[in-house]
Ligand binder design. Structure first.
Ligand SMILES: Cc1cc2nc3c(=O)[nH]c(=O)nc-3n(C[C@H](O)[C@H](O)[C@H](O)COP(=O)(O)OP(=O)(O)OC[C@H]3O[C@@H](n4cnc5c(N)ncnc54)[C@H](O)[C@@H]3O)c2cc1C
Length: 561
């Protein structure tokens, strides 16, 4: 038994689990990270990182056979022959879609931190105040001031590039130098910023080392080479991932045990102490059942799997899942509305080009309903866009030498714009355990019942109207808008189900991400989110995790836990 006993257990080694491991081991806790997938060692296990397009059987495209076998994961833009080894294949891990839900997963050491698009923005005070002001979900138990210093803490270590823009809707952080806009973007930004007093276009902030600081070099990471091949794993450690940053850092403390192929089945609750004693694990390869014990448990399996583990953690005291007296576990799941996009042409600047690639886009923080309610829908959306030049002749029409020559020249400038909308958490949007269907490890399959609502439709229409108008004012032509009608899930920003709140009757976690009813269990991934805001969520998961881990260590040391 003793070899299976630790100070802390972390379930999941992705973005949030990596942070839990780093903070807990740095503070001296003997910590085991239980990861259901295989090990992926930084540098060693990036087999496609330096391959050229012609070295892939289908030039890094998805083959028809693969798409047929994997209709869900094939929809993800980052999925291709060069990255398929980091994505869950549909048939291997089935789930039940009561309503269409494209669940994109990465089951390996590092989780989706290897695959993410690394866009990182802080939340603002308006985001934490939102549910209370607008009367939806429940009030966040924290405000911006509670997390400000923790954003700084994680930004310094992860390395975030960006400008100090001085916007209260998107607070500034600890930034490395920003990427540059190209000539057309600069012109567009200027025109939009002067046409609208309430809108501010800025360079996107992202977790890339534009100019590494000593702490990044100490991690063994180097400057981003702007290769835009990130989802293969980066041989330079140019972007932040658990594999390149937090896990090796935790390993260096000598306090980390990393256990891949460990599928967490459930958390074990002890009625006498009213605490969790450990977790039950099924070995992914041998199917052997193993118990690990610890004083504190961090659940970081990513939103839906975290919900699944807690729902499956039943006991005499908690027959409906750990800490679930109020019956709200698995409910109020929300996501980001990505359905709207706009394309356009931009005349001129044919004598100018840009060199290299860039891992971020230009963006505009939400400007809708920020200071007061102004529209017939709640909340708002963030806008991403960029200008680029394709290839002349890229429409594929032509033949012979002239056509080949045309393909070597840049084509005209085109604009792409997309929305990232807040969705309102609702009780009806939920996940639950299937009563009979199980996975290959004997764990119940999850049922997803998550959908858009009228608010999302109105928000989408508003983005299309406002986005079109902005591009018109900026002098664009051939403006066309699209509704992808994509199902929830493909945004890969799932949140909620184990929400934070002030009252155990209406929430599962307190202001420290600690379960109200089982105080040595902390949930610090997307499952904890009370609302979604419009910003990309992972930076907030990192900050909440670091904050909760430091609190947990304090509580352990002063004997409260
Ligand atoms: C293509 C793509 C682009 C994205 N772009 C962005 C972006 O630009 N900005 C942003 O903020 N976010 C982005 N995201 C989302 C981001 O990746 C996630 O928010 C983030 O990874 C969540 O961190 P996590 O720790 O909760 O989960 P993950 O990183 O997914 O890690 C969870 C880990 O838990 C493990 N696990 C699951 N179940 C169990 C179990 N039962 N037992 C043991 N281990 C388990 C998994 O295998 C996994 O390793 C993107 C995601 C993808 C795929």
């Amino acid at each position: 038994m003793s070899s299976n006993t630790f100070d802390a257990i972390v379930i999941g080694s992705g973005i949030s689990g990596g942070w839990a491991a780093k903070e807990l081991t740095e503070k001296g806790l003997k910590t085991i990270v239980l990861e259901r997938g295989r090990d992926v060692v930084h540098l060693k296990d990036y087999p496609t990182a330096t391959k050229n397009p012609w070295e892939f059987a289908h030039r890094n495209k998805k083959s028809a056979a693969f798409k047929k076998e994997n209709p869900i994961v094939s929809k993800c833009y980052a999925f291709g022959e060069s990255s398929e080894h980091f994505f869950v294949k549909d048939a291997e891990h089935p789930y039940v879609q009561e309503k269409p839900y494209d669940w994109i997963r990465g089951y390996q050491v590092g989780g989706k931190s290897l695959l993410w698009a690394r866009q990182t923005q802080r939340w603002s005070k308006y985001d934490f105040e939102g549910p209370k002001r607008d009367g939806f979900a429940v009030d966040w138990p924290i405000r911006y001031e509670d997390i400000d210093a923790w954003y700084t803490h994680v930004e310094k270590f992860a390395g975030i590039s960006g400008n100090k823009d001085g916007l209260d809707t998107l607070p500034d952080g600890e930034f490395l130098p920003a990427w540059e806009m190209n000539c057309v973007e600069k012109e567009l930004v200027n025109k939009i910023n002067t046409s609208y007093k309430d809108r501010h276009v800025i360079q996107g902030r992202c977790a890339h080392l534009t100019k590494p600081n000593p702490v990044h070099l100490e991690q063994g990471r180097g400057q981003c080479q702007a290769r835009s091949l990130c989802e293969r794993g980066c041989p330079f450690g140019g972007y932040f991932s658990s594999n390149a940053a937090t896990l090796p850092w935790a390993q260096k403390t000598g306090n980390l045990t990393l256990r891949p192929n460990a599928v967490v089945h459930s958390i074990i609750y002890d009625d006498a102490t009213k605490k969790a004693t450990g977790v039950k694990v099924i070995d992914a390869l041998t199917k052997e059942e193993i118990v690990f014990n610890a004083k504190i448990i961090f659940v970081n399996a990513a939103c839906i799997n975290t919900n699944l583990i807690l729902l499956n953690s039943t006991s005499k005291r908690f027959p409906n899942g750990l800490g679930n007296d109020n019956g709200l576990l698995g409910k109020y799941i929300a996501f980001h509305n990505y359905r709207g996009s706009i394309t356009a042409s931009y005349e001129g600047h044919l004598d100018q080009y840009y060199y290299g690639r860039r891992p971020t886009q230009v963006m505009m923080p939400n400007f809708r309903n920020v200071h007061k309610q102004e529209t017939d829908f709640l909340r708002g959306y963030m806008v991403f866009f960029g200008a680029s030049r394709g290839r002349a002749g890229a429409d594929g029409v032509g033949v012979g030498a002239d056509f080949k020559q045309a393909l070597t020249e840049p084509g005209p400038w085109s604009i792409f714009m997309m929305m990232q909308g807040e969705t309102i958490p609702k009780e009806s949007n939920h996940v639950r355990l299937h009563p009979t269907l199980k996975d290959a490890w004997g764990i119940p399959q999850i049922v997803t019942s998550i959908d858009y609502d009228d608010n999302d439709e109105k928000l989408l229409q508003d983005f299309i109207k406002q986005g079109t108008e902005m591009l018109e004012k900026a002098g664009c032509t051939n403006i066309a808008s699209y509704d992808s009608k994509q199902a929830p899930g493909l945004d890969i920003h799932e949140m909620g189900g184990v929400r934070m709140g002030r009252d155990p009757k209406t929430s599962l976690l307190n202001e420290w991400n600690q379960m109200h009813l089982c105080q040595n269990v902390f949930v610090t991934d997307g499952a904890a989110m009370t609302s979604t805001s419009t910003q990309n969520p992972s930076l907030t998961f990192m900050a909440l995790t670091a904050r909760a881990a430091n609190y947990a260590v304090e509580q352990l040391k002063n004997g409260t836990l």
